[in-house]
Ligand binder design. Structure first.
Ligand code: ZN
Ligand code: ZN
Ligand code: ZN
Length: 480
């Protein structure tokens, strides 16, 4: 083992740490660990062990202890979907989402190739208006100015004082439910359009969905969805001839019109949650120029799936004080309640007034926070989701019949890594075992998040390498 050099002359602590790592007994492994994270910005540090035993021979086939790592810990990628949090992991997520959507449109990954000939639509559903907003970068806005594409005024109310913030936040908070109801109404509308009973329709047609949420500039979520018709056996069977794209488009229109939720509250009265009248339903084609092809739609969905509300200019973290869960006080053993000293009784992890956001976004956040005080909206968890302008939960979902799952794609990657490890064992003359008789035991404990300063350098290098590789592929210098 090489001796640690004197490093006092190196001013940067990061560089000093890197030099120290380079002199550690297993620098190759340090580099390999960081490389495997593919540039993840916030890796999870674990203490872990796992032992795989072949039940037939009682032989230990594989064993791993994070103590054996040069740094004594295992680093795993954070796996975050959002590009604002971790660009590297978000790219992996986007690639997986792309394959998932593409398989549902064109086959592959255990989906029949014949789905290409089924009617498939790319549908966009939006929120209704809650007051006029600055709009139309191409034409003159109602305020009399031509807004540039990047004008921060776009999407903000013309008259904030009369804009229906309560309606907008409640819409976001119910968008998920509205979507769920829409899928029911769509089947009902289809049956009505085709002059069939619901039962007869369900017996011969399956409708599958994959959807993703995106934010508009005005701070309202909207949905993009892939809808596909299948026969009664699912993707392997062709849909009946009467289940055409035209029938689908007509049913989407009816379902958009009819889907409604009613929210009643003493404080805000009775509110109807419905879709905006503007919706789109376009056919997806297998091939073609300038049209919605399988690949193009999969690309759109993958891109939306890695975004969160950040395009609206909001913050990407919850504003609810973790200590008191937004209540502003801690309930003690007596009847006296003590003010939470983490948030000074505001319930907010960061003061909403001081957030670096536009007025419109702050109003959305403030409205969500205020509505969060009403017991009738407790189930909407508005304190937790105020930074999302009221919208909560899943950004992308799909029905079970649509295609493969993200979990399945991750399993494929894991199996591939395992196969590589087995191949390397075989090369070193070590036996590879029969996978059917293997039993694995493992445990892990969370230690921390992030890199040591020197590893951060290596991660930056990995990111650079990946970017170079991608550029070379895009320029056709290396095969894709
Ligand atoms: Zn990551
Ligand atoms: Zn304007
Ligand atoms: Zn608190």
């Amino acid at each position: 083992m090489p001796r640690s050099p004197r490093l006092d002359h190196i001013v940067s602590p990061h560089l000093r740490n890197l030099v120290r790592l380079a002199h550690s007994h297993d620098f190759d492994r340090v580099q390999e660990q960081v490389r495997q994270l593919r540039g993840c910005t916030q890796p999870v540090n674990l203490h872990s062990w796992s032992v795989t035993i072949d039940h037939a021979t009682k032989e230990v086939v594989r064993s791993y202890h994070s103590e054996d790592e040069p740094s004594g810990r295992l680093l795993t990628a954070c796996g975050n979907r959002r590009s604002s949090r971790c660009p590297a992991c978000s790219r992996v997520y986007a690639a997986d989402t792309y394959h998932l959507i593409k398989a549902g449109l064109a086959g592959g990954k255990n989906v029949a190739d014949t789905v290409r000939s089924h009617p498939r639509a790319f549908v966009t559903l939006t929120a209704p208006s809650f007051g006029p907003v600055h709009n139309n970068p191409s034409r003159a806005c109602a305020c009399g100015t031509h807004h540039a594409d990047d004008d921060p005024a776009l999407g903000t109310p013309l008259t904030p004082a009369t804009y229906d913030y309560t309606g907008a936040v409640l819409w976001n908070a119910h968008a998920r439910q509205l979507w769920a109801r829409f899928t029911l109404y769509l089947r009902r509308a289809l049956a009505a359009h085709l002059g069939m009973t619901q039962k007869a329709l369900n017996a011969s047609l399956r409708v599958s969905f994959a959807k993703v949420a995106e934010y508009q500039k005005r701070g309202l979520a909207h949905y993009h969805a892939v809808i596909r018709f299948d026969g009664p056996e699912g993707h392997t069977s062709p849909p009946p001839a009467w289940a055409t794209f035209e029938a689908l488009r007509a049913a989407v229109g009816t379902a958009v019109e009819r889907t409604r939720l009613t929210v009643t509250s003493k404080a805000v009265g009775e509110r109807e949650i419905a879709w905006g009248t503007r919706f789109k339903a376009d056919p997806i084609t297998a091939l073609g120029d300038g049209e919605l092809t399988d690949a193009k739609v999969a690309g759109y969905v993958a891109k939306y799936a890695t975004k969160s509300a950040e395009d609206t200019g909001t913050v990407d973290r919850t504003l609810r004080c973790r200590r008191c869960s937004g209540l502003g006080c801690l309930s003690g053993s007596t009847h006296l309640r003590t003010e939470c000293d983490t948030c000074d009784g505001t319930g907010q992890a960061e003061s909403i007034t001081a957030l670096p956001v536009r007025h419109h976004v702050r109003q959305m956040i403030r409205t969500a926070w205020d509505l969060g005080h009403l017991p009738e909206f407790a189930h909407l968890n508005l304190w937790k989701w105020a930074h999302m302008l009221g919208f909560r939960g899943h950004f992308s979902t799909k029905s079970r019949a649509y295609s493969t799952t993200l979990g399945a794609l991750r399993d494929v990657r894991r199996a591939w890594r395992q196969a590589q490890a087995d191949a390397s064992r075989a090369r070193r003359g070590q036996p590879t075992a029969d996978p059917t008789t293997l039993v694995t035991n493992s445990a892990w404990t969370y230690l921390a998040t992030g890199y040591r300063p020197g590893e951060e350098f290596l991660a930056a290098q990995t990111r650079q390498d990946i970017a170079d590789e991608r550029r070379a592929r895009a320029e056709g210098l290396v095969p894709a």
